[in-house]
Write a protein that binds this ligand. Structure first.
Ligand SMILES: *Cc1c(COP(=O)(O)O)cnc(C)c1O
Length: 375
């Protein structure tokens, strides 16, 4: 009699498990706290809530929930094609951009291949590499920023994918557009660049740190795919929808290996409407910019180092990250500890509403200077 583990593909037994941020309800139950008093600023979700236009469209779409969704996401791809001035065939829609990260692995990775990524970078990159039996090649960040020269040096004949996010998660840092474009053009043709732009909208236009426009790379025939998500700026993380844009040939390969109805109809309707919600996104970007400044200034006053961020979250150096994470959680503030990202002295905090930022900073101050703030 075989145990169920013996029946499993051995690589499944060694596959690491992604650790998501804890939901508010779990923390409330475990610590005996009132869920209404808890704030979660741990997963870079939108503190302003979902796009109102997106949610109205989702509600309308629910009345047709008996029907299978449009498996080709035709309306959304048409809308994206207009927005980006590309062809609809150049898009692939995913169940979150996380699914697209995995689809890239399914298309391009075989056991023994190598996948180059920064360290620390988004945890899913390594998980996808391991899932397909490939070897993650982690290139240390320098000054919390991708070392693109070292990443180029890490490319071997076995490299198939480079996963690279700018802004990076968990550091919030970017490389300049010029440097990124040079990096992409220096990659050999046997390598696919998966350029994760989950936070690109938060980067201000203009200036040397502006996010690159990678469409010229696609037009030049380079093997690159840009990934975007509706989970962050548009506030639709629960609906699971993101997209990739690339050459029609590359998009077709990813479309070939996805499930026929990978993206549900509610998410498609919400995404289409959210793309027009300029009023909402403009407000979110303005409030995020104010929040970043607020958190950075206040942490400096507490004598805590921050990594200047271009995204909707920030790294704060608190000494013992696990202790401060626990203490904040006891006080009803959920942030992200970073031991799993090999940054044990840091926490990552999502920029919240003005009130949430103030609450976080107040509780953090009490933890850092307990005597100055008697209970
Ligand atoms: C949040 C995030 C995503 C988006 O994930 P979804 O699956 O679209 O929700 C992708 N990449 C990075 C680096 C992220 O932080």
């Amino acid at each position: 009699m075989h145990s169920i583990q013996q029946l499993a593909n051995p690589s499944v037994l060694t596959q690491p498990v992604y650790e998501p941020g804890k939901p508010i309800e779990d923390v409330a139950r475990e610590l005996g706290l009132d869920p209404d008093g808890i704030i979660k600023i741990a997963s870079n979700e939108n503190p302003a809530g979902p796009s109102p236009l997106g949610i109205a469209a989702a509600q309308r779409a629910l009345s047709q929930a008996q029907l299978y969704p449009d498996g080709g996401c035709v309306a959304l791809r048409a809308k994206l094609a207009k927005k980006w001035n590309l062809a609809p065939e150049q898009f692939v829609i995913g169940n979150g951009s996380n699914e697209l990260l995995e689809l890239a692995g399914r298309v391009f990775l075989r056991p023994g291949d190598e996948v180059v990524m920064g360290a620390p970078a988004f945890a899913v990159y390594k998980l996808v590499a391991l899932l397909f039996g490939a070897t993650p090649v982690e290139v240390p960040l320098v000054n919390h920023t991708h070392d693109l020269a070292a990443m180029l040096r890490a490319i071997t004949p076995k490299t198939r994918i480079v996963y690279y996010a700018s802004p990076n998660n968990p550091t919030g840092t970017v490389n300049g557009a010029k440097e990124i474009m040079e990096f992409a053009r220096a990659l050999p043709p046997h390598v696919v660049l998966v350029f994760d732009e989950a936070y690109a909208e938060f980067v201000e236009a203009g200036g040397k740190d502006a996010a690159p426009d990678i469409r010229p790379l696609i037009a030049e025939g380079r093997h690159v795919i840009g990934l975007r998500t509706f989970s962050k700026l548009y506030g639709l993380a629960a609906l699971r929808i993101g997209y990739g844009y690339a050459s029609a040939e590359l998009a077709a390969l990813l479309n070939r290996v996805r499930q026929p109805f990978n993206v549900n109809a509610i998410a498609q309707a919400a995404a289409i409407a959210a793309l027009d919600d300029g009023e909402f996104t403009a407000r979110c970007l303005r409030e995020n910019k104010e929040g970043l400044a607020e958190v950075e200034t206040s942490c400096a006053k507490l004598g805590l180092e921050c990594v200047p961020s271009r995204a909707n979250f920030m790294l704060v150096k608190v000494g013992d990250g696990a202790r401060v994470f626990d203490a904040l959680q006891q006080r009803g503030v959920i942030v992200r500890p970073l031991r799993s990202y090999a940054l044990p002295e840091w926490i990552r905090v999502t920029i919240g509403t003005h009130e949430q930022n103030a609450r976080f900073l107040e509780e953090l101050g009490k933890i850092i200077f307990p005597r100055a703030n008697p209970q």
